[in-house]
Design a protein around this ligand. Structure first.
Ligand code: PXL
Length: 273
């Protein structure tokens, strides 16, 4: 049987992030993608006003029961933006609905550019650590990494030593492999550090002319899809980073709320051939 991946993150109806990116992208990788919405929002929370927010925590146990009664199990789980009080129900579901050897990929979505996203309390990073514990892969950006470790966030003027220490400390969450994003030792290059707990490898791309919302979700979705297609972690991270660059390049300047990943889905299919 082909592998099935379950992704758990919000539906931001408008905004090109979370599930509206993960479902098309992982599907384009040729992987059957099952979704579990953690919440439904009218838009994402970065730059829109008056967004609606419905937390779906209460629906999860019933969905889990229905899946179990139908014998549905998953070969991989990929979690993204989840709600404050949802960690335990997600851990329970990942246990009960796991096929033997199921993989856990956790993108600890909660912060960027030194700041927590709106709506998350100061203790959310501690809760997120529980999701990281036992994960096969975690994919924090530099801000999320510092928050997970309860440290001050350093976004510039750091060296290789700082990054490699950060990566080593991230393994103390209980994560087996760490992919740290947004790493830069040269103003013209940005990339990621990939660690299996014994060695740290890097992948770099030219820095794009601007940052864009939703690139973390695009990176994690491509990474998950490529990994399930049999790529190594470093190869999957490299494909994911290439896709982020292509998507930014395909996005007009006035398109402020996300990246036009739709236009580069053919490139993704080619990169995975
Ligand atoms: O892209 C991460 C993300 C996901 N979901 C929601 C968000 C954000 C970032 O702001 O607001 C609802």
């Amino acid at each position: 049987m082909d592998k099935k991946l379950l992704t758990i993150q919000d539906i931001s109806c408008f905004g090109q992030c979370s599930l509206t990116v993960a479902l098309p992208v992982i599907s384009a990788c040729g992987i059957e993608t099952v979704i579990l919405p953690s919440a439904v929002l009218s838009t994402h929370t970065a730059g829109f006003k008056n967004y609606t927010f419905r937390d779906l925590t209460g629906d999860i146990p019933g969905i889990e029961k229905s899946w179990l009664e139908n014998g549905l199990k998953f070969d991989a789980f990929y979690t993204g933006y989840v709600c404050e009080n949802q960690i335990q129900v997600i851990l329970d579901l990942m246990k009960s609905c796991a096929a033997p050897g199921a993989l856990r990929i956790v993108d600890p979505v909660m912060a960027d550019n030194g700041k927590m996203y709106p709506g998350f309390g100061a203790d959310f990073p501690q809760k997120m650590r529980r999701l990281c514990d036992g994960a096969d892969y975690i994919l924090p950006n530099l801000t999320e990494a510092a928050f997970l470790l309860g440290e001050e966030c350093k976004l510039e003027n750091y060296d290789r030593n700082y990054i490699e220490n950060l990566v080593r400390k991230l393994h103390t969450t209980g994560a087996k492999n760490v992919v740290l994003t947004g790493v830069s030792f040269d103003p013209d290059q940005v990339g990621c550090a990939v660690s299996d707990g014994t060695k740290i490898e890097y992948d770099f791309n030219p820095r794009q002319r601007r940052c864009s919302h939703g690139t973390g979700d695009l990176f994690a979705s491509v990474f998950a899809g490529a990994l399930l297609r049999g790529k190594t972690a470093l190869q999957a991270a490299a494909v994911a980073a290439d896709m982020v660059c292509l998507a930014i390049q395909a996005t007009p300047d006035e398109h402020w709320y996300g990246v036009c990943f739709e236009k580069v889905i053919p490139d993704l299919v080619n990169l995975l051939k």
